[in-house]
Design a protein around this ligand. Structure first.
Ligand code: NDP
Length: 471
């Protein structure tokens, strides 16, 4: 597998000035390629290139920006196979899911291309015409995680370019290659300096968040890193979109159709091996259905074929990195020590890959770490409730507030529960469904700001009121 082994700064492929670092294939536990290491000076160079490009790029006519994004989508489409292979190699997910990720990247790029930046007429009177316009912010720093590396880079970069900003991208050091390839492709379309990429661990991200010439950081990742970014952003009042961790609850109502609900619950809890910010991470089930639901979820889990995502028939890949695997092991062992009943899985597989089979844990409740903390892995704790009010209280008893769901047949009843969830999104009979036209974001410690749709687009802009006096 050929991997892009250069950074891109000011439209040029450049070598990293720091030592290259190995990138591990989580299915084998072995390095498959080396990623260039950028120096802090290269971060400065990337920001300077983006700043210089912004001078003219901000004035690009709308139709040209839209056409650029469609040309980028064409290029992603033309390189879809290579990108999907890269995603599986570096991230671990089964190839079919990586192909879906590439499909999502194309769809999101095209949808964002077609979005319009609105002009709102606030007043049109004899006294004045007042219009609210939206102007680009300047240089946007995009810092992305390792779970959906290509798609999340697209979520950050496309609305930034669509609104006339320039970008410095920094992918996770665990999964840099699909983003490096994406930036190589975007550079074939946009003027030099509009999109730049620097790679490297912790220090490179920090060099960006404290950089005085970056106007906005869009970040997806952990809450502690988001807090660090927010502190640094204060120096030059950077705009922020922070999409942080989640510990989404799902409440199964007694009238739910289990034949329909349970496959959906399994799918959305274990999406991407559970490594999805808005996956269903805690399930509350009425005590009258508890044993049946646990057994049926375990039966679905046992059907999964765990293995290397590049092999045909594999439906369930590894955890992306060793630290994450260790966290999953720690949380499940802690639950076991507190008397939890592990119905399937529950042990890391021997060998070099980071495999942990889909695991259903019964006999736990709030107060156990596996329930209270974001496990971000292939484990679903199932918690019994006797009274719906208790279930709602337990669902909300968490510092996070990204998503939540209610599963039931009586939609009005489900709606009355869903609207009481403390979450940025409340799904009914679904979970983890993100769509390019639906604003998505968190509350509480899950962050703030939204992505997607017109609201998401406007996060990359600065409002300017144009007031024309007619007096
Ligand atoms: P981090 O938040 O540490 O990393 C995410 C990104 O931020 C990476 O690109 C990383 O770069 C960069 N980064 C790390 N530290 C800083 C910093 N101080 N300033 C600026 N950028 C920084 O997540 P982890 O990979 O360590 O995962 C830890 C936990 O985060 C998981 O267990 C999970 O709970 C959560 N998570 C949530 C995700 C989500 O979608 N909301 C996605 C991934 C993880 P580099 O890796 O190169 O150091």
């Amino acid at each position: 597998m050929q991997t892009v082994s250069t950074l891109f700064i000011n439209g040029q492929a450049v070598a990293g000035e720091r030592e290259a670092f190995p990138v591990i294939n989580p299915a084998t536990g072995e390095a498959f390629a080396e990623c260039p290491g950028a120096s802090p000076e290269q971060v400065d160079a990337a920001v300077a290139a983006a700043r210089a490009a912004f001078k003219t790029f901000q004035h690009t006519p709308d139709a040209e920006l839209q056409a650029m994004l469609h040309r980028i989508a064409d290029l992603i489409e033309a390189h879809a196979d290579e990108l999907a292979q890269l995603v599986t190699l570096e991230q671990g997910k089964p190839l079919a899911l990586a192909q879906m990720e590439v499909g999502g990247a194309i769809g999101w790029t095209r949808y964002t291309a077609d979005l319009k930046v609105p002009v709102k007429v606030i007043e049109d009177s004899e006294a004045r015409l007042a219009e609210l316009h939206h102007k680009p912010l300047g240089v946007v720093g995009s810092i992305t995680p390792w779970n959906w590396p290509l798609m999340i880079a697209v979520w950050h970069i496309m609305p930034a370019i669509r609104t006339g900003n320039t970008v410095v991208s920094k992918p996770s050091s665990f999964t840099p290659f699909s983003t490096l390839k994406l930036i190589e492709l975007i550079n074939q379309v946009v003027p030099a300096g509009v999109i730049n990429i620097v790679t490297g661990e912790g220090g490179i991200g920090r060099a960006m968040t404290s950089h005085q010439d970056i106007n906005k950081i869009v970040f997806t990742g952990s809450t502690p890193t988001g807090q660090d970014i927010m502190r640094k952003a204060a120096d030059n009042l950077k705009r922020l979109t922070l999409e942080l961790g989640g510990n989404d609850a799902g409440i199964l109502l007694q009238d739910a159709n289990l034949d329909k609900a349970l496959p959906g619950i399994f799918q959305t809890a274990f999406l991407n091996m559970g490594q999805t910010c808005a996956a269903l991470k805690r399930l509350y089930v009425h005590e009258s259905q508890y044993d049946e639901v646990c057994q049926r979820l375990a039966a679905i889990a046992k059907q999964q074929v765990v293995g290397n995502g590049l092999e045909a028939d594999v439906t369930f890949g590894p955890v992306q990195n060793k630290a994450q695997l260790d966290l999953v092991v720690e949380l499940v062992e802690d639950a076991k020590a507190q008397g939890a009943n592990v119905l399937c899985g529950g042990e890391a597989q021997p060998g070099n890959g980071y495999f942990y089979p889909p695991t259903i844990v019964a006999g736990v409740s709030n107060g156990v770490r596996l329930v209270d903390e974001e496990q971000f892995g292939p484990v679903l704790p199932v918690i019994p409730y006797s009274d719906l009010e208790d279930a709602i209280a337990m669902a909300n008893d968490n510092v996070n507030g990204l998503g939540g769901s209610v599963w039931g047949s009586d939609i009005e009843k489900a709606r009355s529960v869903a609207t009481r969830l403390e979450s940025g999104t409340a799904w009914i009979n679904n979970h983890a469904e993100v769509l390019p036209h639906c604003p998505f974001g968190g509350c509480k410690m899950s962050g703030f700001g939204v992505e997607f749709g017109e609201e998401g687009l406007l996060e990359y802009t600065q409002p300017q009121l144009l007031s024309i006096s007619r007096g």
